[in-house]
Design a protein around this ligand. Structure first.
Ligand SMILES: *Cc1c(COP(=O)(O)O)cnc(C)c1O
Length: 368
């Protein structure tokens, strides 16, 4: 028996009838963009997050880029980003013409270290862009304090954190503008790409609405130079069908994580993910750290257990950011993480038998 890293079909099998209904409803409506499914999903997801507005867009990258653009960030500006993240976080800053300025995570954490932010603030800094990586919220309280002291915006990348709670409050339900991705493999995933900007700032929401649709609120009236960044009706309908299951799916992820945390504890050389006392993570990924990651990965693969690496090359060492001139050794935490992280199978449809297989496989590989 093999253990897949993440089975994308399982959620769709569970909701087959509901999804067949969505297909029929949208095809019969003859309306494929910015129609009733999109409007209803925007209301439902805003309510789920505890925010006033949700504006859907084509991708998570677009959600970040349009949120930054709508906030007035552009050429000449700097935005503080985590050194350890998926490249889209940095690319969204670059897409506005601004410059991403990386800050390292703390010694026991994977998210932006608040204690290191102030050293990176310059006269050009406009915003801090924390990422709730792997589904664990970034420590927003000190980040917001720094932002207030320096007159900066906080825009959050919640592409991996649908439903996560930060000091009891849902990510997206606070004062900051937050970007989500509905890429199929995310905790709430569409049948294709998708994203959303969630905010309680009505003006910002309105600007994102214009930017996603050719700068137009009324057909053929173009007030600003926007683009085409719309989500389609079918994907919005699929997201509506899945949203009522999100909390149960996240709860099942927490059960899987609980088993791993209990049964993989105390293995020499294996570092398990830390959970802050104030955080309710949603376990988008369960990421362990081990010095000889590639050997463990090979052993698990041979054992029929599929794993992932998030992410194998730190963003500053990619060709895309070669022009920043950040040499090897310049961001040692991100570089070490890229060598050591291994993502174990995780998802709401992982069976108890599959969890047992992973636990046995990891123990056998490391304790041999
Ligand atoms: C997935 C992801 C994105 C981008 O989302 P897309 O929908 O793929 O464009 C941005 N940031 C992080 C941290 C992500 O994991």
């Amino acid at each position: 028996m093999n253990v897949p890293f993440y089975d994308l079909r399982a959620a769709h099998a569970e909701l087959r009838d509901r999804l067949d209904d969505v297909h029929r409803r949208v095809m019969d409506s003859g309306c494929f963009l910015l129609g009733p499914e999109t409007e209803a999903f925007e209301d439902e997801f805003a309510a789920y997050c505890g925010a006033r507005h949700c504006v859907t867009v084509s991708t998570g990258l677009d959600a970040l880029t349009l949120a930054l653009t709508a906030a007035g960030i552009g050429p000449g500006d700097e935005v503080i980003v985590p050194s350890h993240t998926f490249i889209a976080t940095w690319l969204s800053v670059s897409a506005t013409g601004a410059r991403p300025v990386p800050v390292e995570p703390g010694p026991t954490d994977v998210n932006l270290d608040p204690a290191r932010i102030e050293a990176a603030v310059t006269a050009r800094t406009r915003a801090i862009l924390p990422v709730h990586l792997y589904g664990h919220p970034a420590d927003l309280e000190p980040i917001e304090d720094i932002a207030t002291r320096h007159g900066l915006l906080v825009i959050e990348d919640a592409a991996q954190a649908h439903g996560a709670r930060h000091r009891g409050r849902r990510v997206g339900g606070g004062a900051n503008t937050v970007a989500f991705s509905f890429y199929p493999g995310k905790n709430l995933g569409a049948t294709g790409d998708g994203g959303a900007v969630v905010t309680s700032d009505a003006q910002l929401a309105e600007r994102v609405r214009l930017l996603r649709n050719y700068g137009s609120a009324v057909k053929y009236q173009h007030d600003i130079r926007g683009g085409n960044h719309r989500l389609d009706e079918y994907r919005a309908g699929v997201l509506r069908a899945k949203l009522p299951e999100l909390d149960a799916w996240n709860a099942r992820r927490a059960v899987v994580a609980g088993r791993y945390l209990r049964d993989l504890d105390g293995i020499d050389g294996l570092e398990l993910p830390a959970v802050a006392s104030w955080a309710d993570p949603v376990w988008h990924l369960f990421v362990v750290r081990v010095a000889d990651r590639d050997t463990l990965r090979k052993a698990l693969t041979a054992d029929g257990i599929e794993t992932g690496v998030h992410y194998p090359v730190p963003v500053h060492r990619t060709g895309a950011y070669a022009d920043l001139g950040l040499p090897a050794g310049s961001l040692p935490r991100a570089e070490a993480l890229s060598q050591q992280v291994l993502s174990l199978p995780m998802g709401p449809h992982l069976s108890d038998t599959q969890i047992d297989r992973v636990v046995t496989g990891v123990r056998a590989a490391l304790m041999a």
